[in-house]
Design a protein around this ligand. Structure first.
Ligand SMILES: NC(=O)c1ccc[n+]([C@@H]2O[C@H](COP(=O)([O-])OP(=O)(O)OC[C@H]3O[C@@H](n4cnc5c(N)ncnc54)[C@H](OP(=O)(O)O)[C@@H]3O)[C@@H](O)[C@H]2O)c1
Length: 257
């Protein structure tokens, strides 16, 4: 037999930012692949909705409200999940935000909020979940949701871009350091997907025309198109891949002039 399994039965996954958008889709997708999923965000009501969808599919979901910019919340959440589930096998660092100020208008508070939410949170979550994955040589998978904006230069969003570029580099260094523990660390770099974060922008027809002009597949992504790559990188099928960023971008990042 040469085909490794894409299933995640018996695994426990944590998804941050699982209350809406990409995180909700990833959480449901991992559950469909067989994992039990712990759902983190600040809004309990959103998490309950995601959990309801997962439980309707006959899978287990745990609602764990927490602010991932706060070390204490993260420690408490990870300890709770590890105690209830026995192990943490998969971590998806998806929680994120953006404020699209022009560079000259960015305030110190904006800088700090975006760095804490997009970058420091993913590092702290990786540290706390990494300790669990390292225990008894269990190993695990960490997937950071970066962005095309961390790889190519877009017209606005300098702080967001800086966090996502740093996330891609953090992925490589954690992969180097934790390969010896059987922990694979990868990133997924999405281009545009319709979520509460982007829906206003995607209502602007001129903006969408500009996006599609640089998207070889000539369309916005559909959320299930991010789920396939996340399940692949979480499963036995992705076992020899680490330190990589998989751009899920309709071809956006391949272009030269
Ligand atoms: N949508 C796109 O086209 C796109 C493209 C490239 C990359 N991405 C990345 O994909 C990820 C998800 O984006 P999305 O479009 O799904 O965004 P979204 O719809 O705004 O959802 C963001 C999620 O993160 C949670 N979150 C934010 N701050 C948090 C905090 N401090 N603690 C805990 N949870 C927090 C939010 O819940 P609460 O506010 O309730 O806490 C929410 O569940 C982000 O990292 C984003 O940068 C998105």
């Amino acid at each position: 037999m040469y085909l490794p399994s894409f299933r995640l039965d018996g695994k426990t996954a944590i998804v941050t930012g699982a209350g809406r958008g990409i995180g909700r889709a990833l959480a449901i997708g991992l559950a469909e692949a067989g994992a039990d999923v712990a759902l983190i965000s600040r809004t309990e009501k959103d998490l309950e909705e995601t959990a309801g969808i997962i439980e309707d599919h006959g899978r287990k979901a745990m609602v764990v409200p927490a602010d991932v910019t706060k070390r204490g919340h993260i420690q408490h959440a990870v300890e709770h999940i590890a105690r209830e589930c026995g192990s943490i096998d998969i971590l998806i660092n998806n929680a994120g935000m953006n404020i699209r100020s022009k560079a000259l208008d960015v305030t110190d508070d904006e800088w700090q909020a975006i760095l804490d939410t997009n970058l420091k949170s993913a590092f702290m979550m990786s540290q706390e979940a990494g300790k669990e994955m390292k225990k008894d040589g269990r190993g695990g998978r960490i997937i950071n949701i970066a962005s095309v904006a961390g790889h190519v230069a877009l017209r606005t969003g300098v702080v967001y871009a800086a966090t996502k570029a740093a996330m891609i580099q953090m992925t490589k260094v954690l992969a180097m350091e934790w390969g010896q523990y059987g922990i694979n660390v990868n990133s997924i770099g999405p281009w545009y997907f319709k979520t509460p974060l982007t829906e206003k922008l995607l209502e602007d027809e001129d903006y969408v025309r500009d996006i599609l002009a640089v998207t070889p597949l000539n369309r916005i992504g559909e959320l299930p198109e991010l789920v396939g790559p996340a399940v692949f990188l979480s499963s036995d099928a992705g076992s020899y891949i680490t330190g990589q960023t998989l751009f899920v971008d309709g071809g956006m990042t391949i272009q030269g002039f």
